[in-house]
Design a protein around this ligand. Structure first.
Ligand SMILES: NC(=O)NCCC[C@H](N)C(=O)O
Length: 406
């Protein structure tokens, strides 16, 4: 199967990553907030840390594939596909890009190969790079030469979010922010045209759906049940649309969607920033979501239309029932220490990637939480995190599983 993800913890076989590139060096203090960063990472450091992450995964028997490679291979299939991609990319980049369409098209199509072309779309294009032979427009006179005509896309290394594997299908998202909406184009081309995926993957969501949905909110609890966060990034209407589309797939197995309503703040931007599964019956959680957590369940009604009901039970019980286990243990990020919990949560202490039951990749800096995991028998594969963490995402955010063992 091209995509096969029916668990959060079964042995990870194949994963999609994106090595951070020069797009990070285009961040400046004035653009950081808009581009969803809290600081400017040092690129060399971020790349070294990311390479370590990829190596830890390979050492655990995981096949690592990169978004840039798959996108470049896809566009190399034909000249017409390359042209269509450039047109779509410029169109999706807003009205400023559209008004320089000809010059941008010329610049992008002049890239020596499709890898360079893909990289260029990620790094962004400044006004002074454009092949404008003569330009007397007001915008060109007024705009600073370093003004971006195509903005960089610095959040690409968080491959978890623009699309999500669900069973043997995918959800390709309508993202919450302008900056992240352009990320979905790479997944769109790969999934539609790359020979490994074309025609082999059902789509459960597409960016033209009106409601925002992001992959960090989707947890594949079992073959039959997924959990979806209602969060800063994912709207309840999106959860309902996703459930509807999944229930229409007769060959699909998912028949229950657990919607977890978490607070809408940047520190908890997605469900996976506050809840990740670390073993067949254990989760790591940020404790402060427990007080106000509301839960709902969606199951197929007539014609596969989702029917929702409120779940009045402890989270542990809902998770145990979804996993088909007797009981579930929740381990609290930061242990019992309120300050450590907040600090480590901010640095993605709850955002671990499970490579097999009881074995997770985690940022080294979250030593209180990592120590707690080890006390509970979890093996922690630590990766360095001084630079990567400045983007506000951890190992789970930086990875999109394509296949897990069943
Ligand atoms: N699943 C995740 O929580 N992804 C982290 C995304 C971080 C990125 N800077 C963002 O704000 O979207």
């Amino acid at each position: 199967m091209a995509i096969d993800v029916r668990s959060e913890v079964r042995p990870l076989k194949k994963v999609l990553l994106q090595r951070p590139g020069r797009e990070l060096e285009q961040l400046v203090p004035n653009s950081m907030e808009r581009l969803l960063f809290d600081d400017i990472p040092y690129l060399r450091g971020a790349q070294t840390e990311h390479d370590r992450f990829a190596q830890v995964l390979r050492d655990s028997g995981v096949e690592v594939v990169y978004l840039t490679d798959l996108a470049a291979e896809t566009l190399a299939l034909s000249d017409s596909l390359r042209r269509r991609f450039v047109e779509d990319f410029i169109r999706s980049s807003g009205c400023v890009a559209a008004s320089y369409r000809e010059a941008l098209t010329e610049l992008l199509l002049a890239c020596p190969n499709t890898r360079e072309l893909i990289r260029k779309t990620m790094t962004g294009v400044r006004f002074d790079e454009l092949p404008l032979h003569q330009n007397h427009s007001l915008a060109s006179l007024r705009n600073d030469r370093t003004h971006f005509v195509l903005e960089p896309i610095p959040n690409l290394y968080f491959t978890r979010d623009p699309f999500a594997s669900i069973g043997r299908g995918v959800a390709l998202h309508h993202m919450y922010s302008v900056t992240r909406n352009r990320e979905t184009i790479y997944g769109n081309y790969i999934l539609h045209y790359h020979p490994d995926y074309a025609g082999k993957v059902p789509f459960y969501y597409t960016p033209d759906e009106p409601y925002t949905l992001e992959g960090g909110d989707i947890l594949n609890l079992s073959a039959e049940t997924i959990a979806v966060g209602i969060s800063q990034r994912t709207m309840p209407e999106a959860v309902e649309r996703l459930a509807y589309n999944i229930f229409q797939d007769e060959a699909g197995e998912v028949r229950r969607v657990l919607a977890l309503d978490i607070p809408s703040t940047r520190a908890f931007m997605h469900l996976d920033t506050v809840l990740t599964q670390i073993d067949t019956d254990k989760f790591l959680i940020h404790p402060s979501i427990l007080d106000e957590l509301e839960m709902f369940e969606l199951t197929p009604g007539r014609g596969g239309a989702p029917v929702a009901r409120r779940l009045d039970m402890p989270l542990e019980e809902a998770l145990a029932s979804a996993l088909g286990v007797e009981r579930v243990t929740l381990l609290r990020c930061g242990g019992g220490d309120q300050i450590a919990a907040q600090r480590e949560q901010w640095n993605d202490g709850s955002n671990t990637l499970c490579v097999s039951p009881g074995r997770v990749v985690a940022y080294d800096r979250n030593y209180v939480t990592n120590g707690l995991l080890e006390e509970h028998g979890i093996e922690v594969l630590r990766i360095p995190s001084g630079e990567l963490s400045r983007g506000r995402g951890g190992p789970r955010c930086m990875s999109m599983p394509l296949c897990r063992d069943c």
